[in-house]
Write a protein that binds this ligand. Structure first.
Ligand SMILES: [Zn+2]
Length: 360
């Protein structure tokens, strides 16, 4: 009888819907849609061997250990401030139209930004792909609860626990959100594990198609968190400004950030070479807590916003490779936008991961 894997999930994300984003100047339906989590859950239920659980509430404390209080304030209150100002139409998303880039204030002492939080969105959001609607703040908060509840299952002894987080998290930096991400679920879990005394050293393995700029930024100078990421080369792919192999951390964190930028149409054999290198570093890091996996499926060959060439069975092999580390695993959902294959890819990864979690 195979071990039953806990899946932490909630319907709260369904309110983070009706999203639009700007792509090359055109307003399009947001790729990061509620259907993503719906199809993954349906596929896991059809597969069997998973136990579905609701998250428990954890409050803001763990979020504020990782994120700037003003950024959290903007995420949580931009919509209500905009609504109070009569600035929203229920069918539309809030997207910043002005961005506070470093050069804006260069060499100047400027006054305080607007108190209305929708008017300082562009001081806290770095792109036009991360809309806010009425249900966004609640969904983002529950995604963190999902992640932390998943971590609790790992601490209770589960060899593998999966958090069906939506919205995703790995693009959210300490003081800035973006990339469909509001709060960095994986980073919050890593910090929480350390704060709980559950671990002194944590490794995060990021297999999303995109570089996890937020996770890298949060732990850049940390000697107790290893961040390894395989992703599309930022020379051609979002988020463009980070994810190069030359970025390896600094200070106490020198050498503890490692990136594998990958060429277009990368297939599994090439991917596996990079993943082996990353996992060797994870093994050598000697983490003493669960490994946190930022799991994205936008590396899939038919993903509408990716250009790598992994196929569904490849995710099982990726899972087996990560599972072979023999550590407890906290797997958190990040990206993946090929709705017709997303469920099968998640099933493949989780089945691969639990190959090695048979009790024995
Ligand atoms: Zn992604």
């Amino acid at each position: 009888m195979p071990h039953v894997t806990p899946v932490i999930r909630s319907d709260a994300h369904l309110a983070h819907a009706g999203l639009v984003e700007l792509a090359s100047g055109v307003e399009i339906p947001c790729w990061e849609s509620p259907e993503r989590a719906v199809v993954i859950e349906a596929a896991l239920r059809a597969e069997g061997g998973f136990a579905f659980e609701e998250p428990s509430e954890h409050g803001a404390e763990a979020i504020l250990r990782v994120h700037d209080a003003d950024m959290v304030d903007v995420v949580e209150n931009a919509w209500t401030d905009a609504a109070a100002a009569g600035a929203v139409d229920g069918a539309r998303s809030l997207i910043a139209d002005t961005f506070l880039l470093g050069p804006y204030t260069e060499r100047m002492q400027v006054g305080d930004p607007p108190t209305a939080r929708h008017l300082r969105l562009g001081a806290r959001c770095f792109d036009t792909a991360t809309p806010i609607v009425a249900g966004t703040a609640g969904a983002a908060r529950v995604a963190v609860d999902v992640a932390l509840s998943t971590a609790e299952r790992a601490l209770a002894g589960e060899p593998l626990a999966y958090g069906l987080c939506r919205p995703p998290g790995h693009h959210a930096a300490g003081a800035m959100f973006g990339g469909y991400c509001y709060f960095n679920n994986a980073a919050i879990v890593a910090q929480w594990l350390i704060d709980q005394g559950a671990a002194r050293r944590i490794a995060i393995v990021d297999i999303d198609y995109h570089h996890g700029n937020g996770t890298q930024q949060i732990f850049w100078e940390r000697g107790d968190v290893l961040y390894v990421s395989l992703h599309a080369d930022p020379m051609r792919a979002y988020p463009y400004f980070s994810g190069n192999a030359s970025e390896t951390g600094s200070g106490d964190g020198a050498g503890l950030t490692r990136n594998w930028p990958l060429p277009a149409r990368t297939v599994f054999d090439e991917y596996a070479t990079a993943l082996s290198e990353a996992l060797d570093l994870v093994a050598a890091f000697d983490a003493d807590g669960p490994i946190v996996v930022s799991a994205g499926f936008d590396t899939f060959e038919r993903d509408p916003i990716g250009d790598l060439a992994l196929r569904t069975p490849d995710y099982a092999r990726i899972g087996e490779m990560i599972g072979a580390l023999g550590a407890r695993l906290i797997v958190l959902q990040e990206g993946g936008y090929a709705l017709d294959a997303l469920g099968a890819n998640a099933v493949a990864l989780l089945n691969g991961l639990r190959q090695s979690d048979e009790p024995g």
